[in-house]
Design a binder for this molecule. Structure first.
Ligand SMILES: C[S@@+](CC[C@H](N)C(=O)[O-])C[C@H]1O[C@@H](n2cnc3c(N)ncnc32)[C@H](O)[C@@H]1O
Length: 186
């Protein structure tokens, strides 16, 4: 699992290390992500690893309640400035242990699974299975290429989830650099 200090250091060096707010690549990926949501409205969403809250800002209008978390305090401060609304809760918390009570009808795992160990990914999947509402949707979006800080590729992380009995793929978008999937209960 990628150590918390790694992310603390990244945010100490740059307020937006991945240029999530600026890069056209990220804006397009976020647009595809929210356009892929099968429903217009969700009751209770969870978005761990929210960083500075760019995707959070697009998810918030779609949710009655949205819980977005990141283990690092600095990006959460920016996320709070970016995303308003009393229905959005931005908390300092880390996977796999910090998982809100269900039922959740939207879980968004965007560019976060490959920072977890294989064991932590198993824990996350167990959390999904125990909290995802019967009509809930699980969204996965990940960069497909291998990189130093990652414990696996995005494809490997997605394949693990897709193989889980009880989940079916509703939306799948694959291109050279990222893979986007929306799953529901079978
Ligand atoms: C590449 S950014 C992705 C941000 C956002 N989800 C997106 O798709 O634009 C990865 C984020 O995951 C956070 N992160 C790292 N380890 C985590 C963990 N164990 N639990 C939750 N978030 C984590 C990092 O602090 C960082 O803000």
């Amino acid at each position: 699992m990628t150590a918390a200090e790694y992310f603390e250091q990244m945010y100490a060096e740059s307020s937006d290390p991945w240029q999530l707010a600026e890069r056209a690549y990220e804006q397009r990926k976020y647009a595809l992500t929210v356009a892929s949501l099968p429903r217009d409205r969700y009751r209770r969403g969870f978005e761990p690893g929210c960083s500075i809250g760019v995707l959070t800002g697009l998810l918030a209008p779609r949710c009655d309640e949205l819980i977005s978390t990141d283990p690092v305090a600095a990006p959460l401060t920016l996320a709070r400035q970016r995303v308003g609304g009393s229905h959005v809760s931005l908390r300092q918390a880390a996977l796999p242990d910090d998982w809100p009570a269900g039922p959740l009808d939207l879980v968004v795992l965007s560019e976060v699974l490959y920072y977890l160990s294989a064991a932590a990914r198993v824990q996350v999947l167990a959390h999904v299975m125990s909290t995802l509402a019967p009509d809930g949707h699980l969204v996965l979006v990940h960069w497909r290429h291998r990189f130093e800080a990652a414990t696996c590729t995005g494809d490997e992380a997605h394949d693990e989830v897709v193989a889980c009995e009880g989940l079916v793929t509703l939306v799948k978008h694959v291109e050279r650099d990222f893979r986007l999937e929306v799953l529901g209960r079978g």
